[in-house]
Design a binder for this molecule. Structure first.
Ligand code: PHE
Length: 503
């Protein structure tokens, strides 16, 4: 039998009794691993070898993990210091223990959270105790870290390995290992004798002019071989999804709103009937601008109507807040905490003039909040804002709009919960189910604007409105669990590269 050179080499290097790794076969046969793999698949297609695959996890220490394995884990340092300070006998001041532990900066938090988690002792109101029964020398995470460092991962405890990965002390890379074994037909072929067939993989002008093309044997195409992977730039999935959202809303008859990221509190809060002493209006929640700290002009008549709504309410039975309302506060500049500021600008006629119902507007824009960073919260995120102005709207219209919108993204299990906003009545929050964890995730907030909002704006029909989170929508579509996987310096490049584009 005649076979291309790489196939002959693989056949000869393969064994009939045991699987051999293609990489080993390749180095023995002096072939590139890809060429050996291709040859193995070609031989498999003809029944001469069988190819098997296995995925193995390779563990590698991160820089931080490497440092700890050479020194010690921060919680071990803390335990040693606590024991020295007598924390086995009773609570000791934390400051004192940290001082002698030599821990500094971020290492202190790392030490404290792991100390408590591992039951080394207790930490309560600034005091620390140590459990004398613990032996940190046998810390399973340290043992696992050492096993990774010494290349004997099989000795490591699996839970400890998972924990190390979560702590960012080891990284796991999955690798596919392929092996070949000769089949009976392969053995027979070898016994009958296999010769190298010279094959040509490119048709050249020389072959054509010389007429040699008629005599040579051409290499066959293997259309199933893995193509080389070239990482290239592509649109970020957040941007892709933002564009899909825009297309979807345009398809549902909405027009897009635009407006400033930094805006007067007037548009962000006051038009929304948020009292000036509302807790959400403090620096705890909002980012205020230092320079400039005020906007020059606000529409005077609207300011008067908004002031009156705050002080006396609207309509014959109106009740305002009866609390102070200062135009200076309304002129203060903030990074917008929601894009409902844009809805106010548009509904007031300030942007595109007076609007006649029915009207539908949306935006997919960034908002800024002084939140604490965690897997579901960022200091800035994209909000999908929208509103519909029409006669006689009800909660059913709002629910129907959401059902239709989220269906376009394959989300059909929305849940609704009554809620409170100072500017809408009724209001409700929306929830979806995380496809991986099964957790219920809040995805947005909505409602029907109150008269106290609409009347000063000069709107005399109903307006239903919402603010949805683009990042949470992305979580439900793609199933990742930490918002920081797609945003910021810690983002998961592999996820961003490999996530399929959806249309
Ligand atoms: N502004 C609200 C938020 O940021 C969303 C919302 C908009 C709710 C309009 C009701 C009406 O959560």
């Amino acid at each position: 039998m005649k076979r291309p050179q790489a196939q002959v080499a693989v056949l000869q290097a393969a064994d009939a009794q045991e699987d051999r790794r293609i990489d080993d076969v390749a180095s023995e046969a002096d072939l590139q691993p890809q060429a050996a793999t291709r040859a193995a698949f070609e031989l498999e297609a003809d029944g001469l070898v069988a190819v098997s695959e296995e995925t193995v996890a390779n563990y590698e220490l991160t820089e931080e993990g490497d440092r700890y394995v050479r020194e010690s884990l921060p919680e071990q340092d803390l335990y040693a210091a606590a024991m020295d300070a007598g924390a086995a006998d009773g609570p000791v001041q934390m400051g004192q223990v940290i001082g002698v532990s030599g821990l500094e900066g971020g290492a202190v938090d790392i030490a404290l959270s792991n100390y408590a988690r591992k039951g080394y002792g207790e930490i309560d109101s600034g005091e620390i105790t140590a459990d004398p029964g613990v032996s940190p020398g046998q810390d399973p995470e340290m043992l696992a870290l050492e096993a990774v460092a010494d290349d004997r991962v099989d000795d490591a405890d699996n839970d400890a390995l998972d924990q190390l990965e979560r702590r960012g002390l080891v990284e796991v890379h999955e690798e596919t290992i392929r092996s070949v074994v000769l089949t009976d037909d392969g053995v027979t072929a070898l016994m009958e004798g296999v010769e190298v067939a010279e094959t040509v993989d490119q048709l050249t002008p020389e072959l054509l002019t010389s007429g040699e093309w008629d005599e040579v044997e051409f290499t066959e195409y293997n259309v199933e071989a893995d193509a080389e992977d070239t990482p290239h730039g592509k649109e970020h999935i957040l941007r892709q999804t933002a564009n899909r959202v825009k297309d979807t809303l345009v398809g549902m008859g909405f027009q897009e709103m635009e407006g400033p990221h930094v805006d007067a509190q007037f548009w962000i809060n006051d038009c929304l009937f948020m009292p000036q002493d509302h807790p959400a209006r403090t620096h705890w929640d909002q980012f205020a601008l230092e320079q400039p700290d005020e906007i020059g002009d606000l529409p005077e008549e609207l300011v008067d109507r908004v002031r009156s709504a705050h002080k006396e309410g609207v309509g014959p039975d109106g009740e305002g807040y009866h609390s102070p309302w200062e135009e200076d506060v309304a002129r203060g500049l903030d990074l917008r905490g929601h894009t409902t500021s844009l809805s106010m600008r548009y509904l007031s006629g300030q942007e595109v003039g007076e609007l006649e119902p029915p009207e539908r507007y949306f935006s997919v824009e960034k908002v800024y909040r002084n939140d604490t960073l965690d897997p579901t919260h960022l200091l800035e995120f994209f909000q999908i804002e929208g509103w519909v102005m029409a006669e006689d709207l009800s909660v059913r219209d709002l629910m129907g709009t959401f059902t239709e919108f989220y269906e376009q993204f394959g989300i059909t299990d929305l849940e609704f919960k009554p809620h409170y906003n100072p500017y809408t009545e009724p209001s409700f929050e929306l929830f979806g189910t995380h496809p991986e964890t099964g957790d219920i995730v809040e995805v947005g907030n909505s409602g029907i604007f109150r008269d106290e909002v609409l009347e000063p704006l000069g709107v005399d029909c109903d307006v239903m409105a919402w603010g949805l989170s683009l990042e949470r929508l992305l979580m439900l579509i793609y199933g990742f669990e930490d918002i920081r996987d797609v945003h910021g310096t810690l983002c998961d490049l592999e996820l961003l590269r490999e996530t399929e584009v959806m249309h």
